[in-house]
Design a protein around this ligand. Structure first.
Ligand SMILES: C[S@@+](CC[C@H](N)C(=O)[O-])C[C@H]1O[C@@H](n2cnc3c(N)ncnc32)[C@H](O)[C@@H]1O
Ligand SMILES: Nc1nc2[nH]cc(C(=O)O)c2c(=O)[nH]1
Ligand code: SF4
Ligand SMILES: [Mg+2]
Length: 240
């Protein structure tokens, strides 16, 4: 059976971001990413700093670990990373989770397509704005959005915003795919801050700034503004 590189499994917690914010869920975080975002809050998935924690797991191993942690207290599993879309082998995990009547969320940046995207219940595509230093491949993103919107699945776009230039990028992406539910998310530029009080204050100020940007924009009448709820609650800790 094909193995999946997993760096952490945690929960039950709540989905802190995006289209199903507040949903009770377990998390499976895969290792490896094709991007290197300047402000990545999960850089341990790709920078080698946690390489000893990566386990090559089968779908059944992952399910056993989820059950051990969550017992009967969950029916939703979110797959994130890193970029889980790099892993063809996730198909087996998705099938197994479906057999166990789980709903499945997945977070990816829209740089790679997988046919198993069709089987995700809550799929978040999160293209990266200029502050990340990454470049969006809009040909690939067009393909992905075309395939997904032709399909009944539950998909959304989520752009993290740190500055005015990012907000312009978010506006552009929203206008390019106007029929897709669109979220702007507060960027956390204090990913090493250990004092939760300082962090919260900073993030709430950024949230107020972002709400104002949306309020003032005639192109952003149909978007939702969200913080990272888990960061407001639990700061920069891992595994929450
Ligand atoms: C760690 S990524 C993993 C999934 C995938 N690689 C992606 O970027 O969509 C999960 C989400 O966290 C967001 N994120 C990463 N670093 C962030 C930060 N410093 N502030 C706010 N959101 C961040 C990403 O934009 C993405 O939407
Ligand atoms: N609670 C919680 N919600 C999240 N939503 C997206 C996350 C991620 O890192 O992908 C995340 C995470 O790490 N924790
Ligand atoms: S794409 Fe996601 S995991 Fe990869 S570097 Fe960017 S934020 Fe981090
Ligand atoms: Mg996160």
């Amino acid at each position: 059976m094909e193995r999946i590189p997993v760096i952490e499994i945690f929960g039950p917690t709540i989905q802190g971001e995006g289209m199903v914010i507040g949903q009770k869920t377990m998390f499976v975080r895969t290792a490896g990413c094709d991007y290197r975002c300047r402000w990545c809050d999960s850089s341990f998935t790709w920078d080698g700093s946690a390489k000893d924690e990566v386990k090559q797991m089968t779908a059944e191993d992952i399910w056993q670990q989820l059950k051990q942690l969550g017992g009967d207290r969950f029916n939703h599993v979110t797959i994130s990373g890193g970029n889980p879309a790099l892993l063809k082998g996730l198909r087996a995990l998705i099938s197994l989770l479906k057999e166990h009547n789980m709903r499945i969320g997945l977070e990816t940046q829209g740089s790679v397509w997988q046919d198993w995207f069709y089987d995700i219940d809550d799929l978040t595509i999160s293209p990266k704005p200029p502050s990340s230093n990454m470049e969006t491949n809009f040909t690939m993103l067009d393909t992905i959005m075309e395939r997904l919107t032709a399909h009944r699945g539950h998909v959304s776009l989520k752009v993290v915003v740190f500055n005015d230039e990012d907000f312009s990028y978010a506006t552009y992406v929203h206008q390019r795919y106007p029929s897709v539910p669109f979220y702007v998310q507060v960027g956390n530029d204090h990913i090493h801050e250990a004092d939760d009080v300082i962090l919260r204050l900073n993030l709430l100020q950024k949230l107020e700034w972002l709400v104002d940007k949306v309020v003032q924009s005639k192109e952003m009448n149909n978007v939702r503004v969200l913080p990272q709820l888990h960061t407001l609650l639990w700061g920069n800790r891992r595994g929450v």
